[in-house]
Design a protein around this ligand. Structure first.
Ligand code: CTP
Length: 414
């Protein structure tokens, strides 16, 4: 079905006016430089599907850096050129009030892979070559923006037909070998749009994945955890044998936790929303510390994420023993654990003490401080830490309930 793309490009429900204005400015400037200018990739896919648009991927046949320079000259902002890749990032002038506040300008290019899973070598080329280097037919369409060509669809690989048939299809048989991250992308689109993956060219062989760097692999998983349907995506990757091909010790995501992935921490918890970290924590929750070690190594986790993953496993183990503990024991234990790990464990087990810690206990402090102890004539030294900790413990366990009782308690300690 032929859609009227120039009408869709002007639909404010799909593309806010500010983004439409930005596109016109770029298109006019490209036309003035005689550079055919296109919007490509996910933008075209989502526009045809009627989904709201996020990123703007601009490709020109010509020189994206030259276009960027002329845009900065005319409208301001800042250009960061990447000569090796013939691309530029335009930090938009603040008067544009747009999010994201920068934009990639790309020169149409072809790519060759020196070896599987390596980053490609790029050479300037035609828009058609540029579309042919891409991952899936549904991502290999472009809409021309400049001059009288505004709204023309370029679809040399029949992406629109695959969108209608709801198929995710690679462009050539070596595609997954060239770039193994594509299987993660394929599954993301498949589950996001309820499409199906055309699998004849995919074979989950360890050889396909072993050269892929941990950082690139983790980036794909981060993107999955940002999605609505991340549990379904992970399940599908398992079903396809992707995780086993990477590393047979990668854990399976427990489907019971699927709904928890969408949880937002209650404001009173004072825990920031971090869907990606929460995703990894739920993923490793039923594993062992040894599995976390190897996962962290393979996926080059940050030390903070590794720490959080190790902590949640330990906390889960210690939970039964802590159950009957006093608030102070809980607090002194939990203070050593990242808040995200405590929050995620609470999501799973709803242990009231975890909630109490996040909302109240961690904020309970004794009134007495070093200056007060000094004024009481106690010589500064390790004893301070001990006294202050005993006072906080008494406060947490409500042995003392106010300043006066705390003072009396201190008197008894001295
Ligand atoms: N692309 C590709 N192969 C990759 C990554 C990206 O061919 N490994 C191409 C695709 O044409 C894709 C475009 O680059 O549409 C932009 O990539 P990206 O921003 O990652 O994806 P989007 O299509 O915008 O999808 P999403 O909605 O997930 O952001």
């Amino acid at each position: 079905m032929q859609k009227d793309l120039s009408r869709l490009l002007r639909d404010p429900n799909l593309i806010p006016f500010a983004k439409q204005n930005l596109l016109s400015r770029i298109a006019n400037q490209a036309a003035a430089l005689n550079m055919p200018c296109y919007i490509v990739g996910g933008f075209v896919r989502d526009l045809l599907l009627g989904y709201p648009i996020n990123d703007l991927d601009i490709v020109v046949e010509g020189d994206a850096i030259k276009l960027g320079k002329s845009l900065v000259e005319k409208y301001g902002g800042k250009l960061t050129p990447h000569h090796k890749f013939h691309t530029a990032v335009w930090r938009l002038p603040s008067s544009f009030i747009l999010h994201p506040s920068s934009l990639d300008l790309i020169t149409a290019r072809s790519e060759t892979y020196s070896r599987p899973a390596a980053l490609p070598t790029v050479t300037p080329a035609s828009i058609e070559d540029d579309l042919r280097r891409r991952d899936f037919t549904i991502n290999a369409m472009a809409i021309r923006l400049d001059g009288d060509h505004f709204g023309e669809l370029l679809d040399p690989l029949n992406g629109q037909a695959d969108l209608e048939k709801k198929i995710i299809r690679v462009l050539h048989p070596r595609s997954f070998m060239d770039d193994p991250t594509r299987i993660f992308r394929a599954v993301r689109y498949e589950q996001r749009y309820s499409f199906h993956l055309e699998l004849s060219t995919f074979d989950a062989q360890p050889a396909t994945f072993s050269p892929l760097s941990g950082g690139r692999l983790r980036h794909e998983l981060d993107l999955i955890f940002k999605e609505e349907n991340s549990a379904a995506m992970l399940a599908r990757l398992h079903q396809l044998g992707v995780f086993d091909a990477f590393d047979p010790c990668l854990p399976k995501f427990n489907a019971d936790y699927a709904n928890l992935l969408k949880s937002v921490p209650p404001a009173e918890f004072g825990v920031s929303e971090d869907q990606v970290t929460a995703g990894y924590l739920l993923w490793v929750l039923d594993s062992t510390a040894a599995v976390v070690e190897s996962l962290a190594r393979r996926l080059v986790f940050s030390s903070a994420l590794t720490q959080a993953c190790k902590s949640i496993i330990q906390l889960k183990k210690d939970l039964p023993a802590l159950k009957t503990s006093k608030p102070s024991a809980w607090t002194f234990y939990l203070e050593k654990i990242p808040l995200q790990a405590i929050y995620v464990l609470w999501l799973v087990f709803r242990a009231p003490a975890l909630r109490e810690f996040l909302v109240h206990w961690r904020h309970v402090k004794q009134n007495t401080n070093g200056a007060i102890l000094k004024a009481r004539g106690i010589a500064p030294g390790p004893r301070y830490k001990n006294l202050l900790s005993q006072l906080r413990q008494a406060r947490l366990d409500e042995v003392v309930k106010n300043e006066k009782e705390e003072e009396e308690f201190l008197n008894r300690l001295l």
